[in-house]
Structures are given as structure tokens and as C-alpha cells.
Design a protein around this ligand. Sequence first.
Ligand code: ACO
Length: 317
Amino acid sequence: MNFSIIGTGSAFPSCTKTNEELSLLIDTSDEWISTRTGIKSRHISTTETLCDFAAEAAARALKDASTAPEELDLIICSTARGDHITPSLACEIQQRLGAVCPAFDLNAACTGFVYALDVAFSYFSANRAKKILIVSAEAMSRLLDWQDRSTCVLFGDGAGAAVLAPGDSLLSIKIGAKGEIDPLYAENTLGNCPYSQIRQVDPYLKMSGKDVYKFAVAAMCGDLTQVIREAGLTEEDVDFVLPHQANLRIIDAARSKLTIAPEKYRHNIERFGNTSSASIPILLDELNRAGELHDGNILALTAFGGGMTTGACILRW
Ligand code: ACO
């Protein structure tokens, strides 16, 4: 059995910071950030927990899907780091919603939403679920070194969610991983075990921007070409491309190598920065709520992230 997306939602912490505001904190400028990335502003959690806006995105998706929490058979949450190491963010969201189903987190860095769709597809195929909630939620601001201008300007906090039910939407999907720590990683804290002989390095996100850039452009082009072909479609058939919102220049570079019309690539990175695995469902929710998606539209989703993970899929709306 296949699935369709029957509802979407998104939510953000209330505080926003513009590039100009960041330039009061670190040696940067709106000109540097916006010309290299397309980002103008981002949300940053100051008083909210990650679960606060993750559960809000989930509740909005359930409302859009006219689905009660008790109807859910599974909650999958993609996040790089929840509010707690245990319990999972998915279990916290479950408690907030009042759902009674199994719930677990999945970490595939920025590719998490596509990975979650792939896992959900397996549940539907095995006839193990009728309603699945996916929540992709990230508080990237907590992973960043706010003294490192080369990374802290790039990211934002936010959550996107989708409710899935049996249908015929997924036409093709692929996920992959390369098994690499460099060029993008953040170490976990090591605790205070007196016997440990491993040295604690700082726990902030490290990135080699140029390496990520090259990997991302190649992965997006290759994956899009493959999933379009496997869906039995051509690039002309695609109505919307929803790329992971890491950097406008990455999206533009991938776009220049494919024949999909430029206006079909959608972005909102200027307002949200890179929200990691939340970026695609946030964009999907924006298009859905704006009434831009019509029955039968072909959507191409493509993502890459730490790991290095990759994923892409074709959905018929
Ligand atoms: N403000 C001002 N100057 C800066 C800043 C900043 N915020 N950050 C770095 N610089 C400086 C550097 O110090 C360097 O100065 P120098 O030449 O005097 O040494 C100069 O700007 C150029 O730095 P580069 O790293 O070469 O800049 P580049 O043009 O490569 O752009 C960027 C950096 C935007 C990160 C680019 O490499 C990129 O787009 N990489 C893709 C990675 C990405 O988007 N990652 C997102 C997260 S990954 C993910 O989502 C999976």
C-alpha cells in the first residue's frame, strides 16, 4: 500500500534575527550573508523548547488533515537533537498531542524528512499503519558556535509536519548515506565518567562549506534525475521542486544543470535560514496553505545533509 499527504503544518519560535542584527554580535554583514546564501533573517528559540514549536507544527498538520491524535498509528520525528537525549522528541510530542501510538526519533541530519517518508512508506506497504505523523523539528541555534561567523549565520530554528494516510502519492524515492564525519559534524557531550580517556572536543557544529557545497550540488542533480526517471516521468512533468533550503547558491547551481524550468524551484531560505530536516516540510506547508498545490501536481523533493546523507522523492499531490 502507498500513501498520500493529507495535511501539513509548520511552527517557529517567536524571536527572529535579521542579518543586520547578527552583525551587531559578530563581524559579518547583510551583504556577505545574503549574497553568499540568500538568507536575510531566521527564527531563533529564546524562550521556547524545541517541543513547543514541534508540537505546534504537529497540531496544525493534524488540524489540516482533520485527524484526531488518537487516530495516529505512528509518530516519526526527524531531528538532529531533541530537548532530551531520552525520551525522544517524538514521545514528547506524543504526550503534548495526547496520541497513544508508537513514537520514535530518526536522525538523518538535513535529509531527515525524506528518510521519514521512506520509513513511513514501509509501514504503509506492510499494512501496519493507516495514519502516520511525521514531524521534522530542529533547534539549530543550540548546535552552533555563536563565535564562529562562518556557521552561525547560516541556520535557523523551526518545525514542519505532515500527516500521511493510504493513497497513491509516492511515485519514487531514494535515500543514501556515504558514511563520512567530515565535512559536517557536531560532537555529543561525553559526560563526566572519571574513567573516560577520550578528550572532550567542543560540541559545536563544524563545517567545511566548500566541500558541502560540491557534494550538495552533485547529489541534488544525480538524485533528482534518478527519482524522476524511476517515477516514469521527464523533467518537464515536474511542477514543483522543493529542495532542502541550505543555500540559494546550491539550489541555483543544481538548477543550472537540469532542464526543469527555474520558476518551479521554490525557496523560503531568505526568511528561515537553513532549518535542516525541517526545511522541506516547512516549504511544503507554505505552498499548501497558499493554495498553490493542486490535485495531480508532481512534486520533487531533494535533500542532503551530515553523514553525508542524501534523499529525494517524487510525490503526486
Ligand atoms: N561574514 C563575513 N565574512 C565571513 C563570514 C561571515 N558570516 N563567514 C566567513 N567569512 C569570511 C571568511 O573568513 C573568509 O575570509 P578570508 O578570505 O579573509 O579568509 C571569506 O569570508 C570567504 O570564506 P569562504 O568560506 O571561502 O566563503 P564561501 O564563498 O565559500 O562561502 C559558504 C561560505 C556560504 C558557507 C559556502 O561555502 C557554502 O555555500 N557552502 C555550502 C555549505 C552550506 O550551505 N551548508 C549549510 C549547512 S549543510 C546542510 O544543510 C546539509
